[in-house]
Write a protein that binds this ligand. Sequence first.
Ligand SMILES: Nc1ncnc2c1ncn2[C@@H]1O[C@H](COP(=O)(O)OP(=O)(O)OP(=O)(O)O)[C@@H](O)[C@H]1O
Length: 850
Amino acid sequence: MTWRTELERAAARLREAAGAADEVEQLLRDDASRLAATGVEQRRSELAERLRAAAAQAATGWLGEDLAAIAPGTPVWTDAPSTEAVRIGTAEIDDAPAFPALAGLLGKGHLVCDGDAADPRVAGMLQSLLLRITAANPNLELSLVDGVTLGQVFAPATALVDAGIAGPVATDHLALGRVLTAAEKRLTELRDIAARGQSIADQPFHLIVIAGLPPEVGTSMRERLAALAHAGPSARCHLVLCGWKQLPHRESLPAIEHATYLHCKEGEVRLGSLPLPVRLDAAPPPSLVRAVYGSRAQQRKEAGELSVADLVPEVLWSASSRNGLSTVIGRDQAGRSQGGDVEVAFDDATPHWLIGGRTGGGKTVFLLDVLYGLATRYSPSELELYLLDFKEGVSFTEFTPSPLDPSWIPHVKAVGVESDREYGVAVLGALRAELSRRAGLMKRAGATRLARLRELRPETPLPRIVAVVDEFHVLFAGNDRLAGEAVAHLEELARKGRSYGVHLVLASQTISGIEALYSKKDSIFGQFPLRVALPGAKHLLDEGNDAADGISVGQAVINDAGGIKGRNRTCRFPDASSAEDLLTGLRRQLWERRDSDVEPVVFRGFDEQHLEDDPRFADLAPTHAPVALLGRAVDVHMSSVGYQFDRSPGRHLAVLGTSAVAADMLAAAAVSLGRQHEPGSVAFEVAATAVGVEDTARQVVSELEAGGHECRRLAPGSILNAKRAKPTYLVWFGADGADGQPSALRNLLLHGPADGVHLVGWWRGARRFLDDIGGSAGREHCAGVVALNIAGNDLAAITGGYERAWEARTNRCLVIDRHAGTQTLAVPYVRPGRLDGLPVQDIPGKVESR
Ligand SMILES: Nc1ncnc2c1ncn2[C@@H]1O[C@H](COP(=O)(O)OP(=O)(O)OP(=O)(O)O)[C@@H](O)[C@H]1O
């Protein structure tokens, strides 16, 4: 074969590679006549020059220039290149560089090399090729496989892996198998799109770079590779396949179609049928690598992420919740080029959500994103929020007023922070009652859907309700009565909420604990089609759906079909915790638009409750049915808890327990009663026989006197035999032992109410109290009992009821009215700072020891 024929072939290959060699061919044709006339040397150098020029046209800039000559600050390309050729080395004539050796890759075919990355020439070429392709293609997905150097050859590309442009480097045949499976799946998807007549031109190229095959790779995997090579180019999938060589005693290698072959011999590398040896490109300079990969990673980060501001719609409160609620939550990596925004919805298809992730996995941030997204789209007449958090933390406090910022999110009706299980159950119970109310409304209106009811009853506010329960598994802790109630409420809400516009979001670090506890798992959790798996989520997606295994903080797998495979969307969601100023501004904006000044109820498990803050206390006025205010109920609205006095038998009140909180409760009772009587119509008597109550007693006296009441201090020995000429409240701090006159006490309990004489007393010992009132026979004579730190058994002995389940604990009391048949768990009224000042052993919660 003549030199000229060879070069013509070379030109043909160049054209194949670059699609730009027409010109080269033309040049060769034009020169044919002159070639004969001039010397070989000159002809060679002329041709080399022309080929150099043609190659420079076919592969410009990042694709063709000498990487060592490119400045690190050179920008990567923002538009896809118009040519398919990429330089892999330099063709040499007589050991001197002649012109760039190109291969057609993205948009064209594959590059196959019999050497692998264990050969430094191949390693260098791979590194420079990867850099060129990355710098030139803004829309690229990479899969990196290295079965020969354990990923070493791709170490410079770590930034691409971190940014999600490349998957983690596959170093064994199993990982290679996963890469192939994913590529085959993508291929099918793109082919389907194309088959529907839609363009795939704006889909990213997928380049699989195999630096060397893992040793275990067998026939079937080689055949899969060949099949992928066959079908790949039409679906924008290309291969750089190194280490593709016949092994001794193995069956023959399948052919790789659409490929340019690179043969690495001992001292020489040949590219396709180019008649010249090729010196493969060396590894690029590290500074260039850092600059290119860093800037691509940054671009990917910016393109793949929504900011918190992107969660907010252009116009606030303009959406209708008639058919459901939805908000954007993040951006989908794969769908980036098509916008890729991921929305989540509460609608007929996904009425309830389940969110899982390990501690620090981003649950709180995800919830904040969702809640701000919803609260900015829907007005409070379209959406109400109930937020419960069972962990120690501050997740939802930002929706509520604080001393520094009086604003709140107007959709929020109730927030539980470090909630009691009782509070959680109370909120769920209230939502269930709302469900029933809506069911009644629908029946009467003849509607079967919320949307229809809203049409028929436009005057009735029927917002959708979203209840978020963070760390919901706490509700089930204990497997007791409360857990049973919680399950019953959740089941009902999950089953019927869809029809009535009540939606649940349950978030937890794990649901495995609950699975073990409740065989009803399927019936409950089957009702939660939307699954949000954050890093470390366990048992949230179907078995075998491992989409959440590799995600990092800030990413979520959203699955809208109960966790089944094939319905995952992995997205990035913005970090609300880093946008405090923006969120504060938003909260203010929403707050200023509110049409009600009713603040959300905030239940903070460990907050003190004070009588002075009770709106009911401020409204007290003289009445015939006075009520001693004692605390705030652990219910949705934290309603005030009182004990009513009238002239029926047994209307006395005993506060039981060693805690000093009892003295404060007596004070709250006395002061609130004082407000409900005209001065002079009743007398107050105050006895302080317990140690350490003198201050409180004195304060009660002075407050009652300030209210115009007659108020007598009684000394020990004279407490029960004082003459009472008018209705009287005997407020007794430390009634244990009945001042040595148990029979006088029983007499007072028995006959007092008829004359308007009532005892409001504190007994430190529960059994002492029972003895003083005459044992179980005397129960009927004191209908009001407040349990502080007393044991459940003792309480049951006093009431004759079933209060054995009572568990005394910090800052809680049980208010029992035996006549009304009520038992109310409450937070007792205390003097401000009381809990801070109490020694630990005196805080109610420590059951008295006997
Ligand atoms: N989308 C995100 N982007 C970047 N960082 C995030 C993102 N989400 C969360 N983080 C980071 O992770 C930290 C923990 O997140 P978050 O408080 O939401 O976790 P959590 O799952 O609620 O944890 P815990 O249950 O322990 O409270 C945040 O302070 C933030 O720094």
